[in-house]
Design a protein around this ligand. Sequence first.
Ligand SMILES: [Zn+2]
Length: 402
Amino acid sequence: MTLPGAGALEGVGILDATLREGEQAPGVYFEPYVKAAIAGLLDEIGVEVIEAGHPFVDDEIAEAVNCLARRGFRARIAAHARARREDVEAALASGAGFLGIFLCVSPERLRERGLTPATALDQVTAAITLAKERRPGLIVRFTPEDAVRSPVADVAAVAAAAVAAGADIISIADTTGCMIPGGPRSLYDWLSRFRDELQRRNARPRLAVHCHNDRGLALANALDGLRAGASLVDVSVLGLGERAGIVDLAALLAVLVQDFSGNGRWRLEKVAELYRLVSRFSGVPIPVHFPVMGRNAFRHCAGVHSQAALRDPRHYQSLDPAPFGLSPEFSLDHMSGCSALLHALESIAVGDLDPELFTAVLRRVKAIGKKGRTVGRDELGWIVAWEKAQAQGRPVLLTQSA
Ligand SMILES: [Zn+2]
């Protein structure tokens, strides 16, 4: 896959939507002071835009957006709005420096709402004109919702009108997560055709992508979008959002930094703290096997893997955990072999064990693993003490050092 080169990547930014899209995950709501803490970490990490909420929906959300907008973050604070005067007014009142206006322009949805392509176009341009007249320095993004299931030419017509009215960014939304890289519904192909259509209409906005994860392809589609010329990607912590959510922030960061020369652009060492915070206050656990931030993401288990990865983690890791402040780990369970056990014993300062004792300890570790859990370092010390005492035929004092 070809993405923009290192130079072009400098123009690639991240819009984090944890506080807006993330709150659309069932049962997730962040108190305003939690929003402030999350936004603070996102700003430290270096995302370009923090989408903070839809002020028209609720006074408390409006207040939170307003507080974040006044914090002096480097990141722009974004407010969400339908293409309606009342929504735009509420977003302007929030003081956000970035306004995201959305309207679905698919023929079915327009018919359902009694709109035509022409009236939809009027609605979008009126909303953007109002915003730009009131606040000329405001960055305005127009999102044709469910764009990829709408005819390219129809979307381009509305998008070009939005650009003419002052929109700076057009965000292409795969609202239902239906796109498949390399397949008949490819975001790369769709966006390439869309860009051509816009250029025919003399519109050259910045392009963004908003990819849902219904097929588990959100990140792959977002990368396809970058390849087709988008330069802003919507993400959220843990991928939180409607249904299966959107692109996960940490996974995108890992790819951009380690595979596309984005090193030094983002403070990755703050990401783990952000994930703990969002997981705690969203009530959504971080899945253990989640890429990058999952407990097992850099944890080796099987004997063959551990043996090779202990010599050089790159034998079984293509991502480097160090920039995230993490390091490879070697778990002890029924799959463990001698190398992992030796490593674990060294880590708890247990010197050479005689072969019989070593075998007894390994046998017990494997037996515990078959019960469906791993053996922690403290437990390993107790096992060594126990087996040593058993071998010597003396009582075991579990408080004694191994
Ligand atoms: Zn969405």
